[in-house]
Design a protein around this ligand. Sequence first.
Ligand code: ZN
Length: 315
Amino acid sequence: MATHGGIDLGGTKIQTVIVDDDHEVLGSARRPTPTSGGPPDVAREIEAALREAAEQAGVEPASLAGVGVGSPGTIDGGNVTSARNLPDWEGSFPLASTLSDALGTPVRLGNDVQVATDAEFALGAGRPYNSLLGVFWGTGVGGGIVLDGKPWVGRGAAGEIGHIVVELDGARCTCGRRGCMEAYAGRSAMEAEARRQHEEGQKTDLFKLMEKHEKPRLTSGIWARAIERGDELAERLIDEAVDALGIAVASACNVLDPEAVIIGGGLGVRFGDPYAKRIYEAMMPHLFHDDHPPVMRVAELGDLGGALGAALLVA
Ligand SMILES: [Zn+2]
């Protein structure tokens, strides 16, 4: 039986898996993504994380049938360009050949959000459907599309659901434009807004919880804890995020009409079914054909989805 590697390269962590032909996980490892240095340093850390998973699986990296990588930034063959969340990665870097030389096995690259969507389609919550929209609600909000059983990437830039405009002349987005959904629903935008309102005198436990749990930022877990405590500012910002998600998902569904919407990402998975239901309710008023809405489900593969989807690139 052949074994494959999968790597999810994220802004905060590198997740690797070794799987067999049945997609069973034989080994896995997770390492923090380097925050300094540049692409060669990140590549070395990826190599180490893959070796760690391979050791756990009892296989040599060189004996793998191949390794897939889900990466942020623009993927052009074996190169990754402008991976904004990675250190000093504005230019182009030959990630596939660098890893292939280091590991002694073929390496293929894919877009991080698209491979996570493909994983849910093939192995997770999307299995019963032939078309779906994946919505990954985390630091930003990414989207992946499967139409008629095949990934749809357009000319390489499709799926940017986070930058659907939900408010004309609205909040400033990290992309430099105004009113994007991500400017309300992305975790980093929510943190910036919470900080701004807190500095203006709004009461909130969000930052106390962050210090207590020794987190460098407002993680999904911190938001969830604040909501459990009934923190008003956290609730208000999450309500705005849910509304923005609902509007953007409805807009995408009005164009694509997919059978299902899969909600994933750090916040999406953490908040789970009750919030998928809330996003569904926020979507409905904006859905043109509201007599046959898409099914909305939470991603099933959790933290390993991206790495499992990357392994599908070489399956
Ligand atoms: Zn934007």
